[in-house]
Design a protein around this ligand. Structure first.
Ligand SMILES: C[S@@+](CC[C@H](N)C(=O)[O-])C[C@H]1O[C@@H](n2cnc3c(N)ncnc32)[C@H](O)[C@@H]1O
Length: 172
C-alpha cells in the first residue's frame, strides 16, 4: 500500500482501478449521472484493493472519484455545460480544474469479484478510478440546499444540454 503525504505540496495518488463505459467521445458524454439514466459501465478494481470491496454490495449507490485524464488545461473561470455564462471553476463541475478530479453518484447493480457493474455512468471509457465511497442519504442529503447559478437554468435546457441532445423540432 502506498504511504500518505502530509504536506500541502504535490501528493501522489495511485488509482485503485479503471472505469469502463460506452462513452468514447467527451462531447457526446452526458454531463451528470442523472442525465445518463441506465447507461451501463463497470469499475474494474485492481486485485490488491479487492479486500476493500467487502460489504459494498449492501449499497444501491456509490460515489466514484476519478481522474479526468482527458481534460484540457486547468482554468479558473469556465463556461459550464448548462449555461452560456462564466463562473468560477469551483462553482461548477467542469473537468478543467487545478486537480482534475471527477465525482459521480452511480447505481451499483452488482459485484462480480473485482468488477463492479454500474448504471447511470457519465464517465469516459478508460478513466482512472481513485476512490469509491458508499452513498448514504443520512450523510449526503441536505433538504433545501441552495444551488447558486444553476437555479436560473430551466429544466428543458438542463435536459437537452445535460444529455448532449440537439433540440428537437419545436424545442427552443
Ligand atoms: C461536467 S463533467 C461532470 C463529471 C462528474 N459527474 C462531476 O461532477 O465531477 C462531465 C463531462 O466530463 C467529461 N469527462 C468524463 N470523463 C472524463 C475524463 N476521464 N477526462 C476528461 N473528461 C471527462 C465528459 O465530457 C462529461 O460530459
Amino acid at each position: 500500500m502506498p504511504g500518505h503525504g502530509s504536506t500541502t505540496e504535490a501528493q501522489i495518488i495511485h488509482p485503485i482501478g479503471v472505469i469502463h463505459s460506452p462513452h468514447v467521445r467527451a462531447e457526446e458524454t452526458p454531463i451528470q449521472p442523472n442525465f445518463a439514466e441506465g447507461v451501463p459501465g463497470q469499475a474494474e478494481i485492481l486485485p490488491e484493493y479487492a479486500g476493500g470491496l467487502a460489504d459494498l454490495d449492501g449499497f444501491s449507490h456509490v460515489w466514484l472519484l476519478y481522474w479526468f485524464h482527458r481534460a484540457g488545461p486547468a482554468r479558473l473561470i469556465v463556461k459550464p455545460f448548462l449555461q452560456d455564462a462564466e463562473h468560477g471553476v469551483f462553482a461548477t463541475r467542469a473537468p478543467t480544474r487545478p486537480n482534475p478530479i471527477g465525482l459521480s453518484l452511480v447505481r451499483l447493480v452488482r459485484r462480480e469479484g473485482c468488477l463492479l457493474h454500474l448504471e447511470d455512468v457519465d464517465i469516459l471509457d478508460g478513466t482512472p478510478l481513485l476512490d469509491i465511497k458508499p452513498y448514504v442519504p443520512r450523510f449526503d442529503y441536505r433538504a433545501g440546499a441552495r444551488t447558486g447559478w444553476l437555479e436560473a437554468v430551466d429544466e428543458q435546457t438542463a435536459q437537452q444540454r445535460g444529455q448532449r441532445r440537439l433540440p428537437a423540432a419545436g424545442e427552443p
